[in-house]
Design a protein around this ligand. Sequence first.
Ligand SMILES: Cc1cc2nc3c(=O)[nH]c(=O)nc-3n(C[C@H](O)[C@H](O)[C@H](O)COP(=O)(O)OP(=O)(O)OC[C@H]3O[C@@H](n4cnc5c(N)ncnc54)[C@H](O)[C@@H]3O)c2cc1C
Ligand SMILES: *[C@@H]1O[C@H](CO)[C@@H](O)[C@H](O)[C@H]1NC(C)=O
Length: 494
Amino acid sequence: MTSVNGHVSKSQQAAQRRIEHHEADVVIVGAGIMGCALAVALGRQGRSVILLENSMKEPDRIVGELLQPGGVHALEMLGLRDCLEEIDSIDVKGYYVSYFGEPVLLDYPKSTPSSASPLGRTFHHGRFVIKLRAAALACANVTVVETKATALVTSSYTQQVLGVECVAKDLKDCYFAQLTVVANGYDSKLGKSYHPHTPTRRSKFWGLELIDAKLPAPCYGHVLLSNSPPVLMYQIGTHETRILVDIPDNLPSASVKNGGVKGHLRNTILPILPESVQPSFLAALEKGQLRSMPNSFLPASANKTPGLAILGDALNMRHPLTGGGMTVALNDVCVLRDLLSPERVPSLSDTRLVLKQLSRFHWTRKNSATVINILAQALYMLFAANGMCLFRVFSSLVPHAYIHSDQNLKALQRGCFRYFQLGYVAGPVGLLAGLIKQPFILFSHFFSVAFLSIWVLFRETPVSRLLLFPFQSIMVFWTACVVIAPYIFAEIWS
Ligand SMILES: Cc1cc2nc3c(=O)[nH]c(=O)nc-3n(C[C@H](O)[C@H](O)[C@H](O)COP(=O)(O)OP(=O)(O)OC[C@H]3O[C@@H](n4cnc5c(N)ncnc54)[C@H](O)[C@@H]3O)c2cc1C
Ligand SMILES: *[C@@H]1O[C@H](CO)[C@@H](O)[C@H](O)[C@H]1NC(C)=O
């Protein structure tokens, strides 16, 4: 372990400390999207990093399969763009949205008329993760260990987090660092007692893999909107297409009496799928490899515990309808890498400075995360919610009678779809793609949709009922506020 001039080099010493003493500058729990990207980013800055992962086997999950152009850009900034190659991934040009069978094609917007069209990417989640893990394994300053983190090690004296306790093959072990990062995903128990919020889960995505499905618009993400909660479809490999069907808790058509989830898929979803997709959907349903994942909402919170940073899904989640989670995570890595750079923070043992930077991180990341979070939740509320769903969320805020009516939501849905049809695409899709990062632009589009909805309603109201129109229009506007307000507050006050 000696270098040319006879001295053991600094990074060799660090490697030795990681392996023999389980001690590093940073310990990261979870080698998922967040953990791998962060390990590589910090390792390349010269930090000594230990990355702990429960299972190094290729993950087989129905999550994280569509990366928005904003996320592709973040990967590029991190020098990890090549992780998208050689995994049979597919370019994505935008979205194909169908509203009760009426389609509209929404392209990702170019930043200038002469620039190239931005592209997203779809793939098998596990293949992408394996590539990210390979990048971490290849980084000389990162040591990856297969082990399950069970608890944080804290100083009972200062409350500072000192590291993590792990179990591998029934053997207990500990890893210590100046900064411990909890990035172990949606069901993180480690971060729980350090996060003031708990995830809310009101629906699940049920997933099937279709073989050789013929999508109406290849190379586009498909969103099917109807009386049922939304359905997503995108090709994730040469032959494979993912379909995700949102099923809220207690959905009547998925009740046991109606044949459960399978009954819902066969009786309610099959008929609303494009005809070209139905055969492969039926075949997948017959094969019966149904899988589900909870759709969570978790507002972020500033990390305030010395020695600890909670990141990724463990920090912040939004409904996966808009496929924004990985983009948020990768953007966060870009922000954090700059805020914790050795120039700004010479030693991570300076916990006060680290906490100050983590507080900056909390506010800086909002530019992009706020847009993606609010858009995902608001669109989901708009298109999945029937009166009941909204009612449950806001029952404490608004009198029962007002929200229970579906009509206002339906008016907003129609307005939103008309908005796209009228060609107001670049803004909303740019926001969704993670390309536009100004919350104000999101609000202006959202309220434009509200006013357009009212206009559409006005045009559709027969003269005999025009007297009621002022009341109806106020209710539509009110509903728009009720849809978006809680998520704005969640961003401002957390
Ligand atoms: C149904 C669904 C669909 C989605 N679709 C998309 C999409 O299309 N596009 C998109 O951008 N986002 C999508 N998301 C969100 C996306 O999957 C997440 O935002 C992203 O994976 C978060 O990355 P992460 O690193 O925080 O967590 P994860 O990717 O979940 O990684 C966590 C890692 O920690 C490991 N781990 C867990 N516990 C321990 C432990 N105790 N010790 C050691 N290791 C541990 C796990 O094995 C895993 O490797 C979707 C989410 C859902 C629920
Ligand atoms: C590892 O860290 C050292 C400093 O300790 C740094 O000089 C080197 O560039 C880093 N290596 C990689 C592969 O990033």
